[in-house]
Write a protein that binds this ligand. Structure first.
Ligand SMILES: *[C@@H]1O[C@H](CO)[C@@H](O)[C@H](O)[C@H]1NC(C)=O
Ligand SMILES: *[C@@H]1O[C@H](CO)[C@@H](O)[C@H](O)[C@H]1NC(C)=O
Length: 558
């Protein structure tokens, strides 16, 4: 017993003696103290939760600097997420006071210094989302701990405003919008000014994000306001060109919101809107309707960034000179559109129901609306060109998913990749497609056997869930998670996903190295996982052939 006690004491003191920790850290607003989590002998992570990077923002105003605090801020509790509608759209939750960030700093025998820094932006369609603790039950999806520990990088996650409070805009200087993007920028600038005291290298900041977070990364890298602050950027399943990433007619949406909350829609509108309480404004977001082939769900997303003449001085396609020295890595999941298409056409996701070709045609008609009847025929012919005379149900359903994936995610991502490569100076360009089969696919499971990586499937692998919750995964998922963390953190460290602290299973060529290569990522990958020209036929269809029909139509009409 006594021996055991001594042994225990030795182990404990060894543990504490070996665990370097930052202790109290000085920031521009005051000092903060986090918590040191031991992860093994000579290994720990310092976690700081709920550090304010800006003051509580005024309603529909840009963020302002935080006034600072006296004494030591105990940074051991997450802040609230930004005020947002609930899943059922019947209530709101969160707080207006939400401009906080969390930091994970890996430690070895000595306190770390000069570490690369990765800043995470959550997704949620610019309407919802948060990185402040558990997303679902006890599972904190966005914990930075695995990435920080395995990749030896600092991970930061930030809160930014969403929904009406984040993105309501009149499309002019009265109410320019983009408040959520200004929040993100304020967080980036804070990290740049303060991360040195946490052991980070302010000149090695990488942004990463998924879905609306991926599009956010794209906007931040294109804005002139982040010049000199950001070194690299990773967009997962979302870029500025996604059809949901920008609101085309913000004034119309603002009028609808004003009417809902009882504000006039004339020149008194903005003053009135700013006087409405935050909960009421949040609830006034246009209602999300169940999608259908004639009204695809993605068209519900109306509270997004706008060209405001300031944060985004011009259309994104004209801003790539601002990211010419930023290394950019962007990609998609091979069935990113599955989640959405299976809601618009429920039979697509149902093993026991047939999908009529007519539904697929209607979906395509919705997506090609601006290109008229000719556009629909051209697109339909392209998508069905290898169908033969009697396509199987699987063929029809997979084509529906391809249409959704191409339109909502893949083609916009490739468009961004081509533009980045064309405009780059020192910045490198890399692109990927994740093709790991869905955990919900297969015999006895809800999805068809052929369902690959659905929207958001990448998150669990990037955040190392197969390691933190091993029972829910197999060894191959741990392999895949290790690969993704290796590529991502190597990229953050060196600008090249192949070079850094961690070994990778295949050399990922730069997009510009000839043949427009991309990396196919999955648990079975090896040296032959390099492919070329991601869905080029369909990239051409959506970015060149269909738009040329539209200009023909305009010319005809004149
Ligand atoms: C970033 O980190 C790498 C590797 O530690 C280092 O060589 C480089 O000088 C750092 N700074 C920049 C600006 O890349
Ligand atoms: C790479 O993986 C593929 C698919 O699993 C396999 O067919 C091929 O033999 C592997 N190639 C090498 C070089 O290991």
């Amino acid at each position: 017993m006594e021996k055991l006690k001594i042994l225990f004491a030795v182990v404990l003191s060894l543990g504490t003696a070996s665990a370097a920790t930052l202790g109290v850290v000085q920031t521009e607003g005051g000092s903060v103290q986090g918590q040191n989590i031991p992860l093994g002998l000579f290994r720990s992570v310092d976690v700081f939760k709920g550090i304010p990077f800006a003051a509580k923002p005024g309603t529909l105003e840009k963020p302002q600097p935080h006034p600072g605090w006296e004494g030591v801020l105990k940074a051991t509790k997450f802040a609230q997420r930004c005020l947002q509608i609930s899943m059922l759209q019947t209530s709101s939750f969160g707080s207006e006071d939400c401009l906080y960030l969390n930091i994970w700093v890996p430690q070895g025998r000595q306190v770390s210094s000069d570490l690369p820094v990765m800043i995470w932006f959550y997704g949620g369609g610019f309407l919802v989302g948060g990185s402040m603790g558990a997303n679902f039950l006890n599972n904190y999806l966005y914990s930075g701990q695995e990435i920080a520990d395995r990749g030896d990088v600092i991970v930061v996650s930030v809160g930014y405003r969403v929904g009406t409070l984040g993105f309501l805009s009149t499309g002019d200087s009265a109410l320019p919008g983009n408040y959520g993007l200004w929040d993100q920028h304020a967080a980036i600038a804070w990290v740049h000014r303060n991360i040195l005291s946490f052991g980070g290298d302010p000149d090695n900041i990488t942004l990463f994000g998924e879905s609306a977070g991926g599009a956010s990364v794209s906007f931040q890298s294109l804005s002139p306001h982040n010049k000199g602050l950001v070194r690299r950027a990773i967009s997962q399943s979302g870029v500025a060109f996604c059809p949901w990433a920008m609101t085309k007619n913000p004034r119309k949406v603002a009028d609808q919101v004003a009417e809902k909350v009882g504000c006039p829609t004339d020149d008194r509108m903005v003053a009135c809107l700013k006087s409405i309480d935050a909960h009421t404004l949040t609830m006034a977001v246009p209602r999300i309707k169940q999608g259908s082939p004639d009204y695809p769900g993605v068209m519900n997303l109306l509270m997004s960034p706008v060209v405001d003449g300031d944060f985004l001085p011009d259309q994104p396609a004209n801003l790539f000179h601002n990211s010419a020295d930023i290394d950019y890595l962007a990609g998609v999941n091979d069935m990113d559109g599955h989640l959405f298409t299976a809601q618009d056409i429920p039979s697509v996701g149902n093993k026991n129901e047939e999908t009529p070709v007519e539904d697929l045609r209607r979906l395509l008609a919705s997506y090609t609306k601006e290109f008229g009847q000719v556009g629909l025929e051209v697109a339909f012919a392209e998508y069905t060109s290898n169908w033969g005379s009697a396509p199987s149900q699987d063929t029809i359903k997979r084509t529906a998913v391809d249409i959704g994936t191409d339109f909502i995610f893949l083609v916009p991502a490739q468009f961004a990749i081509y533009l980045h490569a064309d405009n780059a100076r020192s910045g490198r360009t890399f692109t990927y497609m994740l093709s790991e089969p869905s955990l919900l696919a297969g015999p006895g499971k809800p999805y068809h056997d052929w369902v690959g990586s659905d929207h958001a499937d990448d998150l669990q692998y990037v955040f190392g869930k197969p390691f933190t919750t091993p029972k829910a995964y197999g060894d191959r998922h741990r392999d895949l998670s290790g690969y993704m963390i290796a590529y991502w953190t190597n990229f953050a460290r060196t600008g090249d996903p192949n070079k850094g602290n961690l070994k990778v299973p295949a050399i990922w060529p730069e997009f510009t190295s000839g043949g427009h290569p991309f990396l196919e990522i999955n648990s079975k990958m090896n040296e032959s996982s390099i492919r070329q020209e991601m869905r080029l036929r369909f990239v051409r269809l959506w970015t060149s052939i269909l738009p040329s029909l539209q200009s023909d139509a305009v010319t005809d009409a004149q």
